[in-house]
Write a protein that binds this ligand. Structure first.
Ligand SMILES: Nc1nc2c(ncn2[C@@H]2O[C@H](COP(=O)(O)OP(=O)(O)O)[C@@H](O)[C@H]2O)c(=O)[nH]1
Ligand SMILES: [Mg+2]
Length: 372
């Protein structure tokens, strides 16, 4: 038999502590999700924890004395849908209990904490932990370094790094960069042009559609003048076809766009239609790599209208917590093409690679702070 209990808390870690107080070292994290609308006062997350039932628990624990206003524990609820959900989870636990050869939550908690600290979405923390559990059940080592390696392997299978821009097979590659204001589109565009164009003896041209922000055109034209490349200014979607056809002889055309805010969404939709009208344009969605995971899904949903080919992340020099980048890549299903980690043009741009994205799993935080 299986015991299952649902906890509300403001962090998954907090809920795990409560679960271990109830179930001891047998506690298994089964599910974690954002609290439903209307129940947020109970805590930001609903976390389901279970353990195989025995007459005498492995580590009997006293009832937790919850501080007032602290995380809430919800007793089992008897309704058909919850009963069905509990049955599903019960099967899952039995499967895990049978297959993990005693790999317990206590052993996996440091890994779960490390992933949560890196700001990986709660349900992805859970998925990675389950994959690591399954891996250990197959006979993998269980030391902390081995768990970190298993987590890296699990995550690297969930993301794609593809630093290849443009439509394969097109003689001319036409690349548009879109993204929120200030995320680094113009700077990244110039870095890409230098790396993929000038350094490879390819002919390049710039197009800017950012005629809305003061000095935005001047910014790109200044770079174009330094690099000696043409820069066409396009003021409305209808003029894009003419600009592109005038640049037909170029190997690479880079299109810069305005940084639309949520209030500019009519304009954003207009420009998305204009770009999508040209099949040869491969759009890159540029996002600040220091964006919080809580904001990632909304950004992805908003910028979907541009049908991006892949994702570029900037400002990696400002954060070591790459969990939100991994979350964005996994939730969108899009590959990551390039990573920018600084303002220097063109040096601070690298093809996307797992090394940089999974560096936080190279050694646990405790070891890092001890070494510091
Ligand atoms: N620290 C850091 N700053 C960056 C990075 N990429 C761009 N920036 C800076 O962010 C600011 C906005 O960049 P810009 O390219 O104009 O953004 P845009 O509005 O999206 O075109 C500039 O000061 C850039 O130098 C990066 O990877 N790291
Ligand atoms: Mg710009």
């Amino acid at each position: 038999m299986i015991r299952v209990k649902s906890y509300f808390a403001n962090t998954v870690e907090e809920a795990l502590v409560l679960g271990r107080q109830d179930f001891g070292d047998e506690a298994l994290l089964l599910e974690s999700k954002r609290t439903r609308e209307g129940e947020e006062h109970l805590g930001a997350y609903e976390v389901v924890i279970g353990c195989p039932r025995s007459d005498t628990p492995a580590s009997p624990a006293p009832e937790p004395a919850l501080p007032s206003g602290g995380p809430a524990v919800r007793p089992a609820v008897d309704s058909p849908s919850i009963r069905a959900e509990l049955d599903r989870m019960s099967n899952l636990i039995q499967h895990l209990a049978a297959n993990t050869l005693g790999m317990r939550m206590a052993e996996l908690q440091p890994l779960a904490a490390e992933l949560a600290r890196a700001d990986l979405a709660a349900e992805l923390v859970q998925q990675v932990v389950h994959r690591v559990q399954a891996r250990c059940a197959e006979g993998g080592a269980r030391s902390t370094p081995a768990l970190l390696v298993a987590a890296r392997e699990a995550l690297s299978r969930m993301i794609r790094c593809e630093p290849d821009l443009g439509r394969a097979g097109d003689a001319q590659r036409t690349i548009a960069l879109v993204g929120p204001p200030g995320c680094g589109k113009t700077t990244t565009l110039v870095k890409l042009a230098m790396r993929l164009g000038l350094q490879c003896q390819k002919s390049i041209a710039f197009v800017t559609t950012d005629t809305y922000r003061i000095a935005a055109v001047d910014q790109l034209q200044a770079y174009a003048a330094i690099l000696g490349v043409p820069c066409a200014v396009v003021e409305h979607g209808g003029a894009l076809a003419h600009a592109l056809s005038s640049l037909r002889g170029k190997d690479l055309v880079f299109i810069d766009t305005p940084g639309f805010s949520p209030g500019d969404w009519d304009l954003a939709s207009e420009w998305s239609r204009a770009l999508l009208a040209h099949r040869q344009i491969a759009t890159q969605l540029v996002l600040n790599g220091a964006t919080r995971t809580a904001d990632v899904d909304r950004l992805l949903a908003d910028w979907r209208i541009f049908d991006p080919q892949s994702l570029i992340f900037t400002h990696l020099d400002e954060t070591a917590a790459t969990g939100s980048i991994l979350t964005a890549a996994i939730h969108s299903g899009l590959p990551i093409s390039f990573l920018s980690a600084g303002q220097s043009v063109p040096e601070d741009l690298d093809p996307a690679g797992e090394e940089a994205l999974l560096a936080f799993l190279a050694q646990p935080a405790a070891a890092r702070s001890a070494a510091a």
